[in-house]
Design a protein around this ligand. Structure first.
Ligand SMILES: C[S@@+](CC[C@H](N)C(=O)[O-])C[C@H]1O[C@@H](n2cnc3c(N)ncnc32)[C@H](O)[C@@H]1O
Length: 377
């Protein structure tokens, strides 16, 4: 493949993103056509091994015939696994979780459009990753307006090399982006390309009044939504969710803790459940459930030919298990808080209000807390 080919691939990608309604403005189109995504994937990426469960990954290196074309597919390309493993490090397959990636271009571009930058906007990005989205920001705004924080020193180093090779020199910071980057504040825009359990108040403090914070609010039940908040002058940010079932890898300090020893699931108290575990199959209902129990993890246990669903909040020491009892579901709960009561109350209240879609929810972040509400019936 030649340089000409990659120019054509970028143009074709821009056309696809525009047709899909993700790429909406001429200035971002110019950036997509100019920034060579393949330069940010020179260390290769991982592809899923078809049919593997749990998912296995194998490396795709630049010497493979389809590498360049794959760099311009509208796909997330995993670039690091298990916190250290890069594609060049292994020959076979690996069965561990991805920890860094180049996000799918349609999502990158959608988020950049939703960020509503202006010509002189100072932007803080959390989650540099490969540096591709940082490169787009640099192309659009100029290096001096762009700061990007990455928690992983090796990932940041590679992004720095890739950005430099394309002629971009933003400020790159290695650290925990949950704390923002105070030295460069105030920013006009903050964009996070890793998910968060709650929008950190440090991000609000470091964003100028009238500025925008764009971040994906996640939880350990793995429903997530992209929030756009506007910062006021009193340290409060307010806004809503943009829809689209967006998911991101969680900020590393907020990954779920290991489950450890399961509690004695025979203890606690049992009652008939008002909602069965199938409520968690629906994205919106799961998001609502997660608001009630943001630190609960869901596991399924096969027991004597039946499936038992268990929610565990490791930090709180609370748990709930749901098991079939004829036509109904029985719930047994233990620990200091009744997890399933909390989930049921929240989901049933949301349903009583007509199950409003997540785009109609409102989010407020104050120095004390993040609050999410929906319109009442
Ligand atoms: C989906 S990738 C970023 C994609 C990137 N914007 C791109 O276009 O290639 C998420 C990145 O967030 C980083 N990350 C995770 N937790 C972080 C944190 N607390 N602070 C800064 N970066 C973090 C991960 O190491 C990973 O590289």
């Amino acid at each position: 493949m030649t340089l000409m080919d990659s120019t054509a691939l970028r143009r074709a990608l821009a056309d696809r993103l525009a047709e899909g309604g993700f790429l909406r403005t001429a200035s971002w189109r110019t950036a997509v056509e100019a920034v060579p995504r393949h330069e940010f994937l020179r260390s290769g990426f991982f592809e899923q091994v078809e049919g593997s469960a749990p998912t296995a990954w194998r490396p795709v290196l630049p010497d493979r015939a389809d590498w360049l074309e794959r760099c311009y597919a509208d796909e997330s390309l995993v670039t690091q696994i298990a916190g250290t493993v890069m594609p060049g490090d292994i020959l076979g397959e690996i069965l561990r979780a991805p920890t860094s990636s180049s996000t799918l271009p349609s999502l990158v571009v959608r988020m950049l459009e939703e960020l509503r930058v202006e010509e002189a906007s100072r932007v803080l990005e959390i989650g540099t990753g490969t540096g591709y989205s940082t490169g787009l920001l640099c192309h659009r705004l100029g290096d001096e307006l762009v700061t990007s924080v990455e928690v992983d020193v090796e990932v940041s180093r590679r992004a720095s090399v890739a950005l430099g090779s394309c002629g971009y020199f933003p400020q790159l910071v290695v650290g925990d982006g949950l704390a923002g980057h105070k030295d460069g504040a105030p920013y006009d825009r903050l964009i996070a390309t890793c998910g968060v359990l709650e929008v950190p108040h440090a991000w609000i403090e470091q964003t100028a009044p009238g500025g925008v914070v764009l971040a994906t609010v996640c939880g350990w039940l793995y429903a997530s939504e992209l929030a756009r908040l506007t910062v006021d002058g009193d340290g409060v940010a307010h806004g809503g969710f943009l829809g689209g079932q967006i998911s991101f890898m969680l900020a590393r300090p907020q990954l779920p803790p290991s489950l450890g020893m399961l509690p004695d699931l025979e203890s606690g108290t049992e009652r008939e459940a008002r909602l069965g575990p199938d409520v968690l199959d629906d994205w919106d209902a799961r998001f609502v459930a997660q608001l009630a129990a943001p630190r609960a993890q869901h596991i399924s246990l096969a027991l004597a030919g039946a499936t038992q669903h268990v929610l565990v909040d490791v930090e709180a020491g609370a748990w709930a298990t749901l098991a079939r009892d004829g036509e109904r579901w029985a719930v047994r709960q233990g620990g200091p808080v009744p997890l399933w009561d909390m989930v049921e109350d929240h989901v049933l209240r949301w349903r009583a209000d007509g199950s409003p879609s997540l785009e109609r929810f409102e989010a407020t972040v104050t120095p004390e807390a993040q609050r999410v509400t929906w319109p009442k019936a």
